[in-house]
Design a protein around this ligand. Structure first.
Ligand SMILES: Cc1ncc(COP(=O)(O)O)c(C=O)c1O
Length: 382
């Protein structure tokens, strides 16, 4: 989709892309200034592999303050983005044939990294009728003797589904019956919640499971710092040690300058995020109302993150104004970019079809224009 959008733009077409999972805000000035100061102060040498003492302290304080998760120094580490935390954890633990339970729809990196390492992804389904929530029964049915990890991602990319402490307790009751299973909680969107219950961390809600939970997060989404590449994780010391060994032989520690910026962001805390949250909520409401008014489109309310995941079952089997038969969500996305110059991502990329993922991380006018074009496209289906 990105390649096609670039090609169309090169020919002067105004393409609107709602395809990328990236905040459109600027990084908070506090973080930029901290990076500048760190560089001028000579903090430009190799960093410790597991993170600078200042950032590890800030991560521990953040986990204790915001997640009710006190960690020792040996229980946290910092790396090049939340993605590297995931990669380190799976690389340090997966044996070929191990199963990883990844509820669908999912962020595509979970199954791809699992497969790269010889693991086998298993996908319990989270249906639209449940606002893409996971039932404890579906979780239980997905766990088998070879299950090594369960990956939980709330708020969710791509659906925006969130999870209450009560739901987490129900998952914990299932997980307690399977002591060989580790749980990776990806909480990178934790501050982007718009309604419903506040964010809760499984490790705080179910302390009995703490010695097999890895909680990961990062500054990319919350603080609009995708390019700085800082993520962190908190979990049992032996796992963190193994993850640090992997990272030390892959990339070494994350950039010292970025780590200084991340300290300022984390210490600035949720206040830095308030304006972004209010803005994303307004945009979500705008996009969801527009989607629900389109012919053949349904849309569950995303309660967090910055995506909508509309269903397009009502468009399948029809033909676009430009003459393309829409047999799949990929056909829809390709015809939409060709005919109306709007880029979105097909649900097949996230393991549940026929859906689309739209990012609401663009300004109101851009979102309204994209929805207007998509509406014309849907009206043109015969
Ligand atoms: C669910 C989820 N987890 C983790 C990440 C990784 O973010 P980063 O590596 O930029 O910290 C992303 C980014 O798209 C994501 O959507």
């Amino acid at each position: 989709m990105a390649i096609r959008a670039r090609a169309l733009r090169a020919h002067g077409t105004r393409v609107i892309s709602l395809a990328l999972g990236e905040p459109d805000f600027a990084t908070p000035p506090e973080a930029v200034e901290a990076a500048h100061d760190a560089a001028l102060a000579g903090h430009t040498k190799y960093p410790p592999v597991d993170g600078t003492p200042a950032l590890k302290a800030a991560v521990r304080a953040k986990f204790a303050r915001e997640n009710r998760l006190p960690f020792e120094d040996a229980e946290v580490m910092v790396g090049n983005g939340g993605k590297q935390m995931l990669f380190n954890a799976l690389m340090a633990t997966l044996e070929p044939g191990d199963e990883v339970v990844i509820p669908a729809p999912y962020w595509a990196s979970y199954p791809l990294i699992t497969q790269l390492l010889g693991g086998v992804p298993v996908h319990p389904q989270c249906p639209e009728a449940l606002e893409f929530g996971l039932t404890p029964e579906a979780l239980e049915a997905a766990i088998a003797p070879r299950t090594k990890w369960v990956i939980l991602n709330f708020p969710n990319n791509p659906t925006g589904a969130t999870c209450s402490a009560e739901q987490l307790r129900a998952y914990a009751a299932v997980l307690e019956r399977h002591p060989q299973v580790w749980v990776l909680c990806d909480e990178i969107y934790e501050h982007l919640i718009y309604d419903g219950p506040p964010h809760a961390s499984l490790a705080a809600v179910a302390p009995a499971l703490r010695d097999r939970i890895l909680t990961i997060g990062g500054v990319s989404k919350t603080y609009a710092m995708t390019g700085w590449r800082i993520g962190y994780g908190g979990g049992p010391a032996p796992l963190i040690r193994a993850m640090t060994t992997i990272q030390g032989n892959a990339t070494s520690g994350a950039s010292t300058i970025s780590q200084a910026a991340a300290v300022a962001a984390l210490e600035g805390g949720p206040e830095l995020v308030q304006v972004m949250r209010v803005t994303y909520r307004r945009r979500r409401n705008l996009v969801v109302s527009a989607l629900r008014a389109m012919r053949g489109v349904t849309c569950a309310m995303p309660h967090g993150a910055f995506y909508a995941y509309p269903g397009i079952a009502g468009c399948i089997g029809r033909t676009s104004a430009g003459g393309t038969l829409i047999a799949t969500d990929e056909d829809f996305a390709l015809a939409l970019i060709e005919e109306q110059h709007v880029a979105v991502v097909q649900g097949a990329a996230f393991g549940m079809s026929p859906y689309l993922r739209l990012s609401v991380a663009s300004d109101d006018d851009t979102l309204l224009e994209a929805c207007a074009r998509m509406s014309v496209f849907c009206d043109g289906l015969r």
